[in-house]
Design a protein around this ligand. Structure first.
Ligand code: VG1
Ligand code: CO
Length: 541
């Protein structure tokens, strides 16, 4: 065991979902080492502990895995369970952490951010419940990165991560496992596999775009091998270190080929895509796109049709910027609906306390209490289970949902990589005005309330401030503005827009047109486009 002197490295502050930086930043000498030691120190040391380790396969994944193993060994860990070739999707890692009763896990991913030597890398720590470390822990980790003086690293050969089974590293056991097996078993326990198999056997066609990211092997095993969907159902199924040069972000912009196919003449019945680390999902029906906020609401309303949720839901939770569509479902079901800050770590306590069963975010994230992360393939399988049970198309289900609950028109406009000071100035400009807004009129709409969202965790009472500026109008429409906490370049501003239409009229408008007054109001209030000189967002979802 070697103890190596080091000095604090600036900027190792975990964001919305772990530490994300340019890969070359992570490749600097001591960078991974400092951060990993800070995690170990801030969580009471590694002595005698068992961890899970895996990542989305992006460039530097294997290298970082060896460093983490040698550090765990040098810090006295007893065992590390690693996915073969250092691969694990984020939900599969969460499952392993829970199933094996471990002390937590290291997940190497920058999720939906592009990968490669000149792109992004990331590392996050999940606690023993399988979920991303809560703010109290990430704050302690960050504090430790600022006064770290040494780290421990075993001088040993690399582990052979291509070989399943146990091997020894110093006194520590490195246990290499199949990354897919336990996860696939978990999915089989939640969904009606026989009915799904029958649906595919009956000619149901789907396309799953794995975007050259981690879900390829998972989707191929579950959809093609176990459910017997046609070979070739899963495309871009081999995880690549640079995701084939694409953005592994399942949205209409970056999964355009899938969108085109689903809107085309010979579209299959159902389409889906997942992100770099497998926790996001986009769902598309033949000729119809399902917004993530609507997807959450439809899943909540129909989850009882799947065996794993036949007993009903305890409650639902959504992040603050996510539309209120799920709230209406919760109201009808007579269950609680919680509104949390952005990021899955805020759902952990509610899930652990048994107060919610299903959670979701507008950013293509849905999940349940089966793990403590959002789960892309889970959402796809739940949709399939609902389609099979109802015997209806995605369009029929969505239209029926809107007729029953009304429609929350919703869109997110991203302005990416603005100069940092400019992004902060735009936020500060709107924040300063919030107090004066209630009662005023913007674009013919009256402001009902305006604030900077703060959240008090109902389980442990912890408070998180500064979670997004929101302006709510008297008709229930909203504008939310916040700074992204996952980017690695400058500031990315996210503008979230929502308007509710009760129906029965006006349920099939063009989304951007339906939101036009809010888009104009957002500009009046924030001066976002004027200040940034951008005439339109980089990405609209
Ligand atoms: C984004 C999304 C947020 C999500 C987070 C991690 O964060 O908005 O909803 O939880 O990414 O997702 P931000 O701070 O950039 O808005 V993942 O799939 O990248 O781990
Ligand atoms: Co992700």
């Amino acid at each position: 065991m070697t103890t190596i002197q080091t000095q604090p490295i600036e900027g190792q502050k975990p964001g919305t979902s772990g530490l994300r930086k340019k890969t070359k930043v992570f490749m600097q000498p001591g960078y991974v080492e400092n951060f990993v030691q800070a995690i170990i120190d801030a969580t009471g040391g590694a002595e005698g502990k068992t961890y899970v380790l895996g990542g989305d396969g992006r460039f530097f994944n294997k290298r970082a895995a060896q460093v983490i193993l040698k550090m765990a060994a040098a810090n006295g860990a007893e065992r590390v369970i690693v996915g073969r070739d250092a691969l694990l999707s984020t939900p599969a890692a969460s499952n392993l952490i829970r199933k094996r009763g471990t002390d937590g896990g290291f997940i190497m991913s920058a999720s939906h951010n592009p990968g490669g030597e000149d792109e992004d890398f990331g590392l996050k720590f999940n606690t023993s419940n399988g979920g991303p470390a809560p703010e109290s822990v990430t704050d302690a980790i960050f504090a430790r990165t600022k006064d770290i003086t040494e780290y421990r690293l075993l001088g040993a050969d690399d582990a052979d991560l291509s070989r399943l089974g146990e091997q020894s590293m110093g006194g520590m056991v490195v246990e290499v496992v199949d990354p897919v097996a336990d996860y696939a078993t978990l999915m089989e326990s939640l969904f009606d596999m026989a009915t799904l198999r029958a649906m595919f056997a009956g000619g149901f066609r789907m396309r799953f775009d794995a975007m050259h990211a981690i879900t390829g092997p998972y989707a191929t095993e579950i959809l093609e091998n176990r459910l017997c969907a046609e070979k070739g159902t899963v495309i871009n199924s081999t995880p690549l270190p640079d995701f084939g040069g694409g953005h592994p972000d399942p949205n209409p912009t970056w999964a355009k080929a899938l969108m085109d196919e689903m809107m085309g003449a010979n579209a299959p019945d159902f389409g889906a895509a997942s992100d770099g680390d497998g926790d996001r999902n986009m769902v598309v029906g033949r000729g119809i796109y399902v917004s993530p906020s609507d997807s959450l609401a439809v899943l909540a309303a129909n989850a009882h049709l799947a065996p794993g949720y036949a007993g009903g839901l305890k409650g639902v939770a959504r992040s603050m910027p996510t539309s209120g569509a799920a709230d209406r479902v919760a109201e009808k079901l007579g269950i609680d609906c919680f509104e949390t800050p952005t990021g899955w770590k805020f759902f952990g306590n509610l899930l652990d306390a048994g107060r919610v069963t299903i959670c979701g975010e507008e950013s293509f994230g849905t999940g349940s209490d089966h793990v403590r992360e959002k789960d892309g393939l889970w959402a796809v399988l739940l949709w399939l289970n609902i389609l099979a049970a109802r015997g209806e198309s995605v369009a029929e289900i969505l239209n029926a949902h809107w007729r029953e609950y009304g429609r929350n028109y919703y869109s997110r406009h991203d302005y990416e990589a603005l100069p940092l000071e400019q992004g902060q100035a735009i936020m500060a400009g709107l924040r300063d005005k919030l107090g004066d807004l209630p009662g005023t009129e913007v674009q013919g709409m009256r402001v009902k309330s305006a604030d900077d969202f703060a959240y008090t965790d109902p389980v442990d009472g912890s408070v998180s401030q500064g979670q997004g500026l929101r302006v709510v109008f008297t008709d229930g429409s909203r504008i939310v503005l916040r700074l992204s906490g996952t980017g690695t370049e400058g500031a990315t501003l996210r503008l979230y827009l929502e308007r509710y239409v009760a129906g029965p009229d006006g349920l099939d408008q063009d989304v951007q047109q339906a939101l036009a007054p809010l888009i104009a109001a957002a500009e009046d209030l924030s001066g976002l486009r004027a200040t940034s000189g951008r005439s339109e967002p980089d990405v609209i979802t």
